[in-house]
Design a protein around this ligand. Sequence first.
Ligand code: PRP
Length: 221
Amino acid sequence: MHRVGERGPVVAIAKGRVQEELVPLWQAAGFRWRLAAGSRQLWFAPNGDEPGAIIVRGPDVPVLVAQGVADLGVVGQDLLREYPDWEVLQVASLPVARCRVVLAGQRPEPPVGPFRVASKYRRITAEYLRQRQWLAEIVPLSGSLELAPLIGLAPYIVDIVETGQTLREHHLVEIETILPSEAQLIANPAHWRSKPEVVAVRDRLTAATTATGTGKEGAHA
Ligand code: PRP
């Protein structure tokens, strides 16, 4: 088996939305995408000048990059803000997984008085509540946030919105955008300085962004 560590560049990629939306950009950069849709394979060895890939959950991407197991990572800005404790460099924004972290509820008016808010973004939510000087209890959930107001768990949620469809289907509306987000290419600082082939992967991905015209608008708010 090919051992991670003695090889060409390796990119840790966040499973799900980032992984799916990265495909066209990856291909436009001239890399072959070996990740078949629905495949459960999590490790792809580097092959010639094509980087290897490790597929992990979003919060784990900065961990692998900081530890040097991956040279680069692709992960949403939202997760970098939520898990900021890892020493990584942000070396490019990629036009992938564009969304926004929002406060949502059953009515568009901001909350009045102490309230409960459900979120998987505990740090972002706590920071936001502090800035607004709102008194609230954060109910930690790891998914299906839109259920919280329906089942009486919390009248407000902080979650990501892309098309707004999930909110609409649960009769929720956006009250305020907290953070626009899109995928970030991050790098291990030591590898970034010492391995030109790692910088070359960034250059090919950003050139593909320019060539496909997908990088012009930035994250939408
Ligand atoms: C996110 C989020 C919403 C949905 C919003 O979930 O939690 O449920 O996407 O997208 P929309 O505005 O286009 O409807 P995701 O599918 O990423 O999975 P997660 O709940 O595991 O984060």
